[in-house]
Write a protein that binds this ligand. Structure first.
Ligand code: AMP
Length: 201
């Protein structure tokens, strides 16, 4: 199964991506995680991405698309994948469609996790992650950067949902509720049961 997971920062994409991918048996590929690993590893890619990430801006399409293409060419992604945080612009969505078409593939389903703005700000301001045994706030979860990231989402990424709606691939998922409930809604929208197996109909 080839799945794209869309949704604003704080919608629970990372959590759902891990669970859904494990159930369906495909790798969860998070562009944010790949960028963060490159920043920590002080690679050339990390150096390029850091300024944009710190400002809450999108890393340029050229850099991001090349990175995703490389990742999708790895053996574990051949039979399927779940993309978390990509595409985030219409140009990225078009490039993804093209790359998949070259291989004779297409996406099976696109999920948009929907959470209202108030809840997003509440979740993001309280969010912490584990780094070297300590719970820390991500630099880009600081309130002023959060506001900007939500704005970037509205302006550049929300139209991507419209792009997939036009292709008949989009399912909007209410992402408020227990984690398992949201997972079940997402799996059902992709034609799978709670265990990730395709439902026969
Ligand atoms: P995330 O962990 O998905 O919230 O991503 C963290 C940051 O990484 C974003 O705010 C962007 O700066 C960058 N990023 C992640 N995915 C993309 C993408 N598809 N296009 C551009 N920048 C991205």
């Amino acid at each position: 199964m080839r799945v794209v997971l869309l949704g604003p920062p704080g919608a629970g994409k990372g959590t759902q991506a891990q669970i859904i991918a494990a159930k369906v048996g495909v790798p969860a590929i998070s562009t944010g995680d790949i960028f963060r690993a490159n920043v920590s590893g002080q690679t050339e890619l990390g150096r390029k991405a850091k300024t944009y990430m710190d400002a809450g801006d999108l890393v340029p399409d050229e850099i991001t698309v090349a990175m995703v293409k490389d990742r999708l060419a790895e053996p574990d992604a051949k039979a399927g994948f779940l993309l978390d945080g990509f595409p985030r612009t219409i140009a990225q969505a078009e490039q993804l469609r093209e790359s998949l078409a070259e291989l004779g593939h297409r996406l099976d389903c696109v999920l948009e996790l929907v959470v209202d703005q108030e809840e997003l700000v509440r979740r993001l301001s309280g969010r912490r992650m584990l780094v070297d045994g300590q719970m820390v706030q991500r630099d880009d979860d600081k309130p002023e950067t959060v506001r900007h990231r939500l704005e970037v989402y509205r302006e550049q990424t929300a139209p991507v949902a419209g792009f997939y709606e036009g292709e008949g691939l989009l399912s909007r998922i209410d992402a408020i509720g227990e984690v398992e409930e949201v997972t079940a809604r997402a799996l059902a929208a992709c034609g799978a049961d709670d265990t990730g197996q395709p439902t026969s109909d």
